[in-house]
Design a protein around this ligand. Structure first.
Ligand SMILES: NC(=O)c1ccc[n+]([C@@H]2O[C@H](COP(=O)([O-])OP(=O)(O)OC[C@H]3O[C@@H](n4cnc5c(N)ncnc54)[C@H](O)[C@@H]3O)[C@@H](O)[C@H]2O)c1
Length: 257
């Protein structure tokens, strides 16, 4: 498989690259990130199958730049993992138009730009496209108004792609991680009490790991998902089902007569 992975220098993107190289030396990858140093570390770990492209997804030409690098390295594209994203925390009334544009450019627009540039090559290979959204795309999240809404837009963007690209044989899906331990979040979980409180809210009683999300992305890229398109898979340990338990609903109540 010839695959483009964004956000490959860290966290979930890195885990996808490591999963693929562990699976088969036949996979070829174009790893891309704005963090050139981190990318070099991951590329060295992955080995000769990896090409790299340092690119900033906030740039309007990012799709063309990344796909050109992929073609130079691999000669074609069978799969795209549009995974990179950024987070910013503040109430909506304190946010700025600059930050709105930046978050939407990276979390939403870049996926469209990459998809647009990759389309003829994915059509040629009848390939697969997976984007990393978030549990916050469907759950309003305190302090993360730009993030959650940019990920909600991403969910619909990929569903639209699945509709438009289905006749080309291209499958398009998203994964939505819940709380996941990666460099994006690990500082927040350094406080053991905070981590324990978060894990207590998750039915499986543990944070997700980058590998949990990478395994789901791998499934969506695989022939085993060959008739699946336009869906989102939550990888959240069941947390999104925890609203009623968190309110105490159903606990200790007398049965209706
Ligand atoms: N970690 C979580 O709890 C969690 C939960 C839900 C969704 N997600 C999503 O998962 C995806 C991966 O996140 P992660 O946890 O691995 O985070 P991470 O911070 O470890 O990795 C993100 C990578 O994206 C890169 N990146 C950021 N902005 C970029 C830009 N403008 N151009 C190019 N590269 C850029 C970073 O350099 C980094 O290497 C993101 O889309 C994130 O929103 C993460």
């Amino acid at each position: 498989m010839r695959v483009i992975i964004t956000g490959a220098a860290s966290g979930i993107g890195r885990a996808v690259a490591e999963l693929l190289v562990a699976e088969s030396s036949a996979h070829q990858m174009l790893l891309t990130d704005r963090d050139g140093e981190g990318l070099a570390v991951v590329a060295a770990a992955v080995g000769a199958s990896a090409g790299t492209c340092v690119a900033d997804l906030s740039s309007p030409d990012c799709g063309d730049v990344i796909v050109a690098a992929a073609l130079a390295h691999m000669g074609g594209v069978d799969a795209v993992v549009s995974n990179a994203g950024i987070i910013a925390s503040a109430p909506l009334v304190e946010q700025t138009t600059e930050l709105f544009d930046r978050i939407y450019a990276i979390n939403t627009r870049a996926t469209w730009l990459l998809a647009k540039a990759a389309h003829p090559h994915l059509a040629a290979s009848r390939g697969a496209f997976v984007a990393t959204a978030s549990m916050s795309a469907t759950q309003p999240t305190p302090g993360l108004g730009f993030y959650s809404s940019s990920k909600a837009a991403l969910l619909m963007l990929v569903r639209q792609l699945s509709l438009e690209w289905g006749p080309d044989g291209i499958r398009c899906n998203t994964v939505s991680p819940g709380p996941t331990y990666t460099p994006m979040t690990q500082a927040g979980y350094a406080d053991a009490d905070r981590r324990a409180a978060r894990e207590a809210m998750i039915p499986l009683r543990k944070l997700g790991m980058a590998e949990d999300v990478a395994n789901t992305i791998r499934f969506l890229l695989s022939p085993q998902a060959g008739h699946i398109t336009g869906i989102d898979i939550l990888v959240d340990g069941g947390m999104s089902n925890n609203l009623m338990p968190a309110t105490g609903g159903g606990t200790g109540q007398a049965a209706s007569k």
